[in-house]
Write a protein of this length. Sequence first.
Length: 628
Amino acid sequence: MDKRIGSKINELVDELKEKQRPNGSWNYPFETGVSTDSYMIILLRSLEIDDHDLIWSLAERIANKQGPNGAWKLYYDEEGGGNLTATVEAYYALLYSGFYSRNDRHMRLAKRFIMNKGGLSRIHLFTKIMLALTGQLQWPNHIPIPIESLLLPASFPINFFDLSMYARAHLTPILIIADKKIQVTTPLTPDLTELSMKRTENWDDDFRNWNSIFSLIKQAIAKLIGLPHELHNLALRQAETYMLQRIEPDGTFYSYFSSTFLMIFALLARGYAKNHPVIQRAVAGLKTFIISINNQPHIQFTTATVWNTSLISYSLQEAGLSSSSETIHKAAQYIRSKQHHLYGDWAIQSPHVLPGGWGFSNINTINPDNDDTTAALRALRTSVLDKNTNRFIWDRGIEWLLSMQNGNGGWGAFEKDIDSPFLSWLPVKGAELILLDPSTPDLTGRTLEFLGLYTKLNQSHPFMKRAVNWLIKNQQKDGSWYGRWGICYIYGTWAAITGLIAAGVDREHSSVKKAIDWLYQIQNEDGGWGESCKSDQAKTYIPLQTSTKTQTAWALDTLIAAEDKVTIELKQGIHFLLKEQENKDKWTKEYPKGQALPGNFYMHYHSYEYIFPLLAFAHYRKKFIEEA
């Protein structure tokens, strides 16, 4: 088996080296279903941009993803045979493309699925907003959150910057759009009346759980000093300025598709013409998100270039590639060039720290995050620590990372201490993930793993001790941890255990032993591991009923870190990864391994099939073969 592992490592290394681009980066697809493809068609048609070839190609891709029952799914084993919201978005986009008719058989199937699932009244709020701003639904008479809420001072129990970056990026344009109740229609706009009996579509149901906070906000607004009309216009100008000041060099707002889509309509509501340079640059920026998958274009939610490049460079080095090699040298140059030098919203909570983090995408210059920062630093550590070069880049990254530790000892994604208890108490499904950016086991564990292995900090240091205590305190009763950005408990447990071990926690610690026992219990008969996307909604582990390479690699890497000798289960897992094909079913390879919003937004990283098996093999060889 030792020779087979070496051979597999060489195979994966060669594959990754071959895919590196001339600038040192890797650009594997960051796939997020057909929602962004659908919205791009709707955007282009709404702006009356006749990009015939792109619209046709996107529509063709959407149609090819439709299931035999007429529905579109977010993931293979989704309950109910499909996802209602995704199906409505795809149906609307295909009609708006002009290349499909509602009388086509597959369109009739889609309509039947939509009506059987409750029609437009049951879709996600974000999609209702999109339908309202493109003339398919009437706006509600009263918008629960007035635009003046942006003016609330920091002394108020909740204010604009208590919200997560994701919430601010989307709420700001939505408030502008909803205030104007803009509806952008064209001669090509289809009519979706057939999907609903009520064009208001029960907005009250969407806002009901928010009433308590809305009431409090309105009381606070009433105490603002100024004439109502002046305050209203001031809030609108402030919202517009907030967006314009956070446009990336490529023209997108915060580098995300959804926030840029909303910004464009918000600017239309502010009186911008469809051909205004800011709007045209935004559309051009979104077009750079296009990537080819199976010879068809996909509009990525954003690019994952920095993330992919950092993880791949690190995995190649773990597999034995020298930092002096051309591959790693070029990757390091690229990663260094993407360190942030601009202050972003994160500086509001950390005002005395220099910029020094990294973001997820190649276009991101103001919105760094902790996970990408540790990934970049891992990739750079050999050139810095072994060759003692670029210390300033390294030190700035470490300082920024440490400054982002939350008060409770953990790390979130983008900002520090965005975990208002008031907002977390809202009886709204998913409010914590939408509105807040709390400490999570995966990000805390990944940060601990980096600090423990590549800095002089151990669990006796206050930074590390607080993080270790937070992780142990937030372990699930069954021994697992919830992974916020991956699927899901396997991912969280991998991050937590590798972090605790790297920080110096004893392998015999009860938390470690409990987690390892849990992993052994959920191992499949074929030696692998697999977890369903349903886990993130149920908030408990749900097996996928088949194994995947990525999740098996996460589980193996956890066991390699925690075990002192090779166990039968470890051998079985390695044997699974050594197989030429994990499964005859193509869907297991394409199954999402990442999540952003449970039940709504899942991510398929095409690079993961190479990165994490390579890491598991490399770590196994280093610990159990080379040290033997």
